[in-house]
Design a protein around this ligand. Structure first.
Ligand code: ATP
Length: 518
């Protein structure tokens, strides 16, 4: 099945099974804003827990924070967001659609890459085991031609972005014959800068209201609390502050479902280090964060690092972790070496001294910062993209059917256990409720006694529930139940007294955390 097709199905699945709903749907929705449903919120909470526990609990020198969305507007002046948090936008005059000029060019680069990969794939199939990919890439004329086009475009694009040369960005779009996906034409406006911050008024207008911003990143809340946490927590450098919270960006182009939203959630950790050690820490965090992703078992080949073409105004090194979504490799997380830019700026704008006396170095300095910043919603999409499977299975009547199963890692699954009496009568429903009432203190469980057992299994597969516990007449005699495993569909009889232990062994967050620290 084509990957675009898979993605469309995934989006529909998310709505049908209560993971994600379009916001304000009964009013025809609000562009790039989404709500999380009954199963989505559980998955999101489990993801937050995996991140929080692995960053805060497992690192003695990292503590948490929950700062507010509203902050003093000078913070955004100091951080550079008022002046420089812009994207280059371009409009197509026929379709009246708006695009990010950099994204149009990056999509073109990805097309050249896809052409090269296609040639390699074709040749790989033709030559089988004797195929030498490296040699093929270095000698095949079609691959070399696309490689040359990629290199030339990449070089031009990098320079234009670094120089903030908008005329050149437009010229690249024209020279590369990039068309508007909607109108199919090449009638473009000039490229202009667009600030991504939302603003609103605080206080009533009569007493002089103040323009405040909805934060575009959670990080600044950490920087302005640096002194509070360092002093009250008696923190010694190196140490980190972690925070999970909402961020808002008035994105020019909202697309790909929850990949690019106007309201989203970030999980960020700012790690404060001594000047001169930041690049060493940058490498450490880069490795740890990649391991964190790979630890979920979605396949190492589905991740890669992407080194930034253009460094943000505050960074001296930056890399993205990209995941292979159905629409290609895209950023899920950024790791940035932010130097002492933020703390120095806040020191300058607030007039308050922000420095650290290092007892080992016997000197005071403004700490440097290494940041790990992951989008919770993109991570959510990573998990769902990796977990969505369609499998052909045999039916009870000997036929074939497709089962849709979300192979979500059990630790993250929204519902861990479904309790299902085979029939509702003869005391089976009561016994089922009794088991459910015991398990609900430990796991998010569901009780289901409607429809045939086959239909109920399919429903739980579609939610990604790893364990179904089925009760039958034998249960009333010997207090045993059947466990049905989601991925293998195998069934096994176990005593009721063993359910909790069996489930705990597979859904406890300890499993992921221990694997991560190996
Ligand atoms: P992009 O280049 O895709 O716009 P970015 O480089 O601006 O992303 P950062 O500022 O580094 O993103 O933000 C850190 C993380 O926050 C990103 O890796 C991403 O997971 C998440 N994020 C950023 N913007 C959005 C958005 N509009 N919707 C959902 N998540 C987002």
């Amino acid at each position: 099945m084509a990957q675009e097709e898979v993605f469309k199905k995934l989006v529909a699945h998310c709505k049908e099974y209560g993971f994600v709903f379009p916001s304000s749907e009964i009013y025809d929705g609000l562009s790039a804003v989404y709500d999380y449903g009954q199963n989505g919120v559980e998955l999101k909470n489990n993801l937050k827990k995996y991140w929080w526990d692995s960053m805060v609990f497992l690192h003695e020198n990292i503590v948490g924070l929950d700062s507010d969305i509203f902050m003093h507007p000078s913070i955004w002046k100091a951080s550079g967001h008022v002046d420089a948090f812009n994207d280059p936008l371009i409009d197509n005059t026929d379709s009246k659609k708006r695009y990010r000029a950099d994204v149009l060019i990056e999509d073109k680069l990805a097309k050249y890459e896809a052409k090269m990969d296609k040639e390699v794939e074709k040749a790989g199939k033709k030559f089988g085991e004797t195929f030498d990919e490296k040699e093929f890439r270095e000698t095949n004329l079609r691959v070399l031609d696309n490689r040359k086009k990629w290199d030339t475009l990449h070089e031009r694009y990098k320079k234009a972005m670094n120089d903030e040369d908008f005329k050149e960005l437009k010229q690249i779009i024209i020279d590369e014959e990039i068309v508007c996906p909607v109108s199919g034409t090449r009638n473009w406006t000039d490229v202009r800068q667009f600030n991504l911050m939302f603003s609103t008024e605080m206080g009533s207008t009569s007493d002089g209201s103040m323009k405040v911003y909805l934060r575009p990143e959670t990080a600044q809340g950490v920087f302005v609390n640096y002194l509070n946490v360092q002093k009250t927590g008696r923190m010694k450098i190196p140490f980190g502050i972690a925070q999970i919270g909402k961020a808002f960006r008035n994105e020019i182009v909202a697309r790909q479902f929850i990949f690019r939203m106007r309201e989203f959630e970030q999980m960020e950790m700012e790690f404060f280090v001594a000047p001169g050690t930041e690049l060493e820490w940058f490498e450490k965090w880069k490795a740890f964060r990649m391991k964190w992703h790979e630890n979920l078992g979605f396949g190492k080949e589905n991740y890669r690092f992407h080194v930034h073409e253009k460094l943000a105004h505050y960074a001296n090194a930056a890399v993205d972790i990209e995941y292979k979504f159905p629409f290609g490799f895209k950023e899920v997380e950024g790791i940035h070496s932010r130097t002492d830019f933020d703390l120095s700026q806040h020191q300058k704008f607030s007039g308050k001294k922000i420095s650290y006396y290092d007892p080992e170095r016997k000197e005071s300095y403004t700490p440097y910062v290494v940041e790990t910043s992951i989008g919770l919603d993109r991570m959510f999409l990573e998990v769902l993209s990796a977990s969505y499977c369609e499998e052909e299975v045999s039916t009870a009547k000997g036929g074939k059917e497709i089962r849709v199963v979300m192979k979500i890692p059990p630790v993250l699954a929204p519902v861990k256990v479904a309790v299902m009496p085979l029939v509702r009568k003869d005391g089976l429903a009561e016994k089922g409720k009794e088991i459910f009432d015991d398990l609900k203190f430990d796991f998010n469980c569901t009780y289901d006694d409607k429809d045939s057992i086959g239909k109920r299994y399919r429903r739980m597969d579609a939610l990604g529930t790893p364990f179904c516990i089925t009760l039958d007449y034998q249960t009333l005699e010997d207090n045993t139940v059947t466990v049905r495993y989601r991925d293998s569909m195998k069934q096994e009889r176990i005593p009721v007294s063993k359910i909790k232990e069996m489930v705990t062994e597979q859904v406890s967050s300890k499993i992921l955390l221990k694997k991560l620290m190996k």
